[in-house]
Design a protein around this ligand. Structure first.
Ligand code: UD1
Length: 422
């Protein structure tokens, strides 16, 4: 899908099921490498990054089969030689940032790995220094090579590790490595994101001894025997947040089935403060927006349970249409306001006052325009703006959006948006 066409300005109405979480499924799939036998992972979204991970697991000798949203991974055919990058499909490693979690998993399983750098992206540099410093404390050695990194260990030993920042990726890598280390590992200052809880949940189901997943201190007793397990990936909190924002921007009422409302506390607080109705029902998360919303004032992104960085972009069109002035501060990534010029084209009164801050004066209406997605969540935010704007909006560059959404056009059509992709 290159471009999305939207005829906006119509209040939403309908219900849609929320796909499984992209950020939860990728580390869980990497973790299947650690378990003997077969793991069965339910509710895997159909996304390019998931297909890339399937390719990587296969290249390592695993058998991977998909039946609808269920993936079965059998690790019996794994072979140490294939952990060397020559045999790992380079495009799959380099095209997805989550390939970095293979570092911890393969060090654990093979003791050695050669991996291309996952690279930065348009929202910021995304370095991996915290991952490397933490793994070094488990007795992993690193050498820089022309293709990226060579990491090896003569046997990992548990350690007490304090992370300089609660990095989600670094916490995942450490967990994947530490379950294979000799003795106990304590991770202090760990990320508390729900995706960490999912990874700990899967590893525990396989037989790992982990306590404290989801809190800032995680304790791992290493070297337990891990056997394949069944695990269901929760709904994607950011996809649910996207359709929530579409409703907040365009008005109307939606029911988001399989939305992980319990993981969306910070977003719930802002939604209610702005004057929309948020109801957690047996059938799903029900949202209703009638009158024009009020600004929540200031939004500041923070590690979980704070306001998620991914939701920041998605709320920009909502704030652009709310009554009053808003300020948004991005504290996680250094360059996450690429959509400001496109929102201005659509009539938003938004100014970037600093690399990490924007100020918005709410306006009563946005108007359709031709705009371009430059990254995943910013692209989805332009689709939301289009759903709310009067007239026709065309969003080009939609390949980025497909990285996180199975089918954003189909889902929004279920909610009454006049939208199609070509
Ligand atoms: C981040 C989000 C996560 C979200 C994911 C996908 C946070 C804290 N993390 O996770 O919720 O699901 O993006 O969009 O909101 N950093 C370093 N060195 C490192 C690792 C990270 O400096 O070794 C910095 C990053 O540049 C960034 C911040 O720490 O500024 C957050 O990084 P991290 O949590 O690791 O990012 P992701 O795992 O991608």
């Amino acid at each position: 899908m290159d471009s999305v066409y939207i005829r906006g300005g119509i209040a939403l109405q309908g219900q849609v099921g929320i796909q499984g979480s992209k950020n939860a499924v990728l580390p869980v799939l990497a973790a299947t490498l650690l378990a003997d036998g077969t793991s069965v992972i339910e509710n895997c979204p159909r996304l390019a990054d998931v297909y890339h991970m399937q390719t990587l697991l296969k290249s390592l000798g695993c058998s991977v089969t998909r039946e609808k949203d269920r993936l079965k991974v059998n690790t019996e055919g794994m072979n140490k030689l294939t952990a060397l990058s020559a045999d790992m499909p380079k495009e799959a490693v380099e095209s997805m940032r989550s390939s970095i979690v293979l570092l911890g998993a393969l060090l654990n399983r093979m003791g050695e790995v050669e991996l291309a750098y996952p690279g930065g992206c348009v929202i910021g540099k995304r370095p991996i220094d915290i991952h490397i410093e933490a793994l070094k404390q488990l007795q992993v050695h690193f050498e820089e090579r022309s293709y990226g990194l060579h990491a090896y260990t003569k046997g990992m030993k548990g350690a007490e590790i304090r992370l300089a920042f609660p990095s989600v990726g670094a916490t995942e890598n450490l967990l994947l490595a530490a379950v294979g280390a000799d003795g106990a590992t304590v991770i202090r200052g760990a990320a508390k994101e729900p995706e960490i809880e999912s990874l700990c949940g899967f590893l525990s189901a396989c037989g790992a001894d982990i306590t404290g997943g989801g809190s800032s201190t995680i304790l791992i007793q290493g070297k337990r025997k891990l056997s394949g397990a069944e695990f269901a990936i929760p709904g994607d909190r950011i996809v649910a947040g996207t359709y929530l924002c579409a409703c907040l921007a365009a008005g109307g009422e939606v029911l988001l089935t399989k939305a992980p409302a319990a993981q969306m506390g910070a977003v719930k607080k802002v939604t209610k403060a702005m004057g929309a109705l948020w109801q957690e029902t047996d059938k799903g998360l029900y949202i209703q927006r009638g009158a024009r919303l009020k600004t929540p004032g200031k939004l500041v992104t923070a590690p979980y349970p704070g306001f998620p960085t991914d939701m920041q972009s998605l709320f920009l069109p909502v704030l652009a249409l709310a009554e009053g002035s808003s300020q948004v501060e991005e504290r996680i990534f250094e360059d996450r306001f690429h959509i400001v010029p496109d929102l201005k084209l659509m009539g938003a009164k938004i100014e970037q006052t600093d690399k990490r801050k924007v100020r918005i004066e709410g306006t009563e209406q946005l108007s359709g325009a031709r705009v371009e997605a430059k990254e995943l969540r910013g692209g989805a935010a332009l689709v939301i703006a289009g759903a709310a704007a009067k007239g026709e909006t065309v969003v080009d560059g939609c390949g980025y959006i497909e990285r996180g959404y199975e089918n954003i056009c189909r889902d929004l059509r279920e909610l009454g948006v006049r939208i199609y992709g070509v």
